[in-house]
Design a protein around this ligand. Structure first.
Ligand code: GCU
Length: 673
């Protein structure tokens, strides 16, 4: 029976020191003589995890005994006469000699990441004594955004209440935050914004003396883990006090400077502000007739003396559209608003662009802004919390979808690979990733235990966007469900994870059409949930065809892409079929590559999606004998709900199209009328 403690996530008890016996003598002596907040914590973390995961107790060391030696490479080379090569920023090298295993970091965070990598390799039984390990993160910005409200609720949160707030107060369990910091840091996360981007009510006061001392306490917990805090701020914050938030008004600049000065007195290393402006009713520069570069500029100026940055979101679109008006295309909005401003943002402004043009749908194209911005700093925003992808009831392993995003060729390279998102990340044109977190006070952090894989996977991808979903799923499964006496279930769980996204996609909105969800809460199917609303996400299905024509003959959205992609997307023959309905208004009798009509493909995928969930549930049930009861039961309960959801999706979608077209399933399967 494999015993898993859900709370401990990917730091389980991996059995006795037996597994590590070849190097046990080294592990009993963790030595770190260098001083520094992060480096001292790295040593503490190594001692802690060795003890917690492997039962290795530190012993006092006699001269000449073996050891693990930690330090920054500069320090180690100078103090011990080594000649270790210096890795990239935040990188590390692990080298083993007869007397030492050396974990050397390019800097303090590098040592910490070296420690976690070492522990991971031990747990995966992949540490090879004598072979150097060297690694460094591909990007500098690896951020989690919490959408936590001051009252303790979490916008789009499916894992219990906030880790940071309750009842209009900052309230947290320090031990738990420390454990959270470990989880994040162990996969390389280095920034966290703690409050919702919708900064409403009392949350506007988070940047005042009323709350700053307590926020500073949080920053103190995250700091030794190499994680810097960010705060979401409301662009309109000065308005109530000085009557305006106009970014060109000197009084407004003075107001922000004053705020920044006082914030940095409490949190000297705050990474900066995260801003949602002119978006979904949040105030922004448009209210004052200014553009977004002017808006970001005022905050950038206030933060610059403190080395702070403004992360400015590009989720700006018209959310009070009239469905009758076919001239507006919401998908165009980010590019239309931000491309013309390329080059006008301050050096300490980073744009944060959602990976797709809409809003974290189960399948949408990559936003055309990636690669197109040439003189602006920017990061990509992903969503770990499963708003549209099953709300941590349904299993949906997101690194699968993110892997597709990472491989997408923007067309802004000289060949496919150097135009790919992962290559733009590698060369620094995209400066990193941000993602909306999926954690809360739930005992297992994420509601669905297997959704921990999404948090883990996000961190691993932010560290190295070239990792495949298979590698990530395999690592996570083996770390979380360790092999115990030869009873390996990790392989089964890896398979379950890897099938889960394709399955979810099959029973969801078909072929990139998006938004067939229940309005507001976004769980479960509602084919016309957004059809006659103000949000601008329509499919306009009639009895002949469905989808929006986004080619030059339609809204012209395809033209926002580099020429190569504009041509691929504009032609239904070359457009990836999973995005067919995103780009093309398509008749139901359109024949797809497998020789079947669009309609028949919609039916097939929905029958298959449901069947695959049933198989997944059966596979899970088959693990009962091997798995600890609590984990087994909690996942089973979610999978049973998922099966019901998949059934609802299958039948609602299939019935809708049967009613529209009057054409049944060619295989004669049951579709309700
Ligand atoms: C989505 C989501 C909102 C969120 C918004 C955002 O629209 O439903 O809850 O506030 O994205 O990213 O700002």
């Amino acid at each position: 029976m494999i015993k898993v403690t859900e709370y401990d996530c990917w730091f389980q008890k991996y059995g006795s020191a037996e597994d590590t016996k070849d190097i046990a003598a080294f592990l009993e002596h963790v030595i770190c003589e260098e001083k520094g907040i992060i480096i001292e914590n790295a040593a503490k973390e190594l001692r802690f995890t060795l003890s917690f995961c492997f039962g290795i107790v530190q012993k006092s060391r006699n001269a000449g005994e073996k050891q693990i030696l930690l330090g920054t490479i500069g320090y180690l080379n100078a103090s011990y006469g080594f000649s270790l090569p210096k890795p990239k920023k935040e990188g590390f090298v692990i080298r083993s000699t007869d007397s030492k295993i050396i974990i050397g970091g390019a800097d303090e965070p590098g040592v910490l990441y070296g420690v976690y990598t070492f522990v991971r390799l031990l747990a995966l039984k992949r540490f090879v004594f004598g072979a150097d390990v060297a690694d460094a993160p591909v990007s500098q910005v690896r951020m989690i955004n919490h959408w936590d409200n001051l009252d303790g609720s979490v916008e789009r949160g499916y894992a219990g209440r906030s880790l940071f707030f309750n009842d209009n107060r900052i309230e947290f369990d320090s031990n738990r935050i420390r454990d959270y910091a470990r989880l994040l840091s162990s996969v390389g996360i280095n920034r966290i914004s703690i409050n919702n981007v919708n900064v409403r009510g009392m949350a506007k006061e988070l940047i005042t003396e009323k709350f700053l001392p307590k926020i500073a306490e949080l920053a103190d917990i995250f700091r030794p883990f190499g994680i810097r805090l960010m705060l979401s701020v409301n662009f309109g914050a000065p308005q109530p006090e000085i009557g305006t938030a106009d970014p060109l008004d000197e009084r407004v600049l003075a107001w922000w400077k004053d705020r920044a000065d006082s914030i940095y007195r409490y949190i000297p290393d705050l990474a900066g502000f995260l801003v949602k402006a002119d978006s979904e009713y949040e105030t922004g520069p448009f209210r004052y007739g200014r553009n977004h570069a002017e808006g970001a500029h005022i905050l950038a100026k206030a933060l610059a003396p403190h080395n702070g940055e403004v992360i400015w979101r590009c989720f700006v679109y018209n959310c009070v559209q009239d469905w009758r008006d076919t001239t507006i295309d919401r998908a165009r909005a980010a590019f239309d608003n931000f491309k013309p401003l390329d080059g006008q943002f301050d050096d300490n402004v980073i744009l944060q662009i959602k990976h797709g043009p809409y809003d974290f749908q189960v399948r949408e194209p990559v936003s055309p802004l990636f690669g197109a911005l040439e003189k602006t700093r920017y990061v990509m925003e992903l969503q770990i919390t499963q708003e549209y992808t099953g709300q941590q009831i349904d299993l949906c392993f997101l690194p699968w979808m993110w892997g597709d995003v990472m491989r997408f060729d923007t067309g802004y390279g000289t060949n496919a690979d150097n135009g790919a998102i992962r290559s733009l990340l590698a060369c620094g044109r995209i400066e990193g990733l941000a993602a909306v977190g999926n954690t809360g006070l739930a005992a297992n952090w994420t509601g669905h235990t297997l959704a921990q894989a999404n948090l883990f996977g996000y961190g691993r991808l932010a560290w190295n966007p070239a990792l495949s979903p298979g590698e990530i799923a395999d690592e996570w499964s083996r770390l979380t469900f360790p092999d115990n006496g030869g009873q390996s279930i990790a392989g089964n769980i890896t398979k379950i994870l890897l099938n889960s996204y394709p399955t979810y996609q099959k029973y969801n909105a078909p072929f990139g059409v998006c938004f067939m969800v229940e309005c507001g809460h976004h769980y479960g199917p509602n084919v016309e949930g957004y059809e006659f609303s103000k949000w601008g996400t329509y499919h306009r299905a009639d009895n002949k065809a469905i989808g929006i024509d986004r080619t030059p003959a339609g809204t012209g959205y395809t033209e926002q892409y580099a020429p190569k992609n504009a041509a691929i997307f504009a032609n239904p023959e070359t457009c990836p079929e999973e995005l067919l309905l995103f780009f093309h208004r398509t008749p139901y009798d359109y024949v797809m590559k497998n020789g079947k009509t669009l309609l028949q493909n919609i039916y097939d995928t929905h029958f298959e999606g449901y069947d695959e969930v049933r198989i997944m549930l059966d596979t899970w049930r088959g693990l009962q004998e091997l798995l600890d009861g609590a984990v087994f039961e909690s996942v089973k309960e979610r999978m049973e709900r998922q099966l019901e959801n998949a059934r609802q999706w299958r039948d609602v979608i299939n019935t809708y199209f049967l009613r529209r077209t009057g054409i049944g399933d060619e295989k004669g399967r049951k579709i309700y009328r």
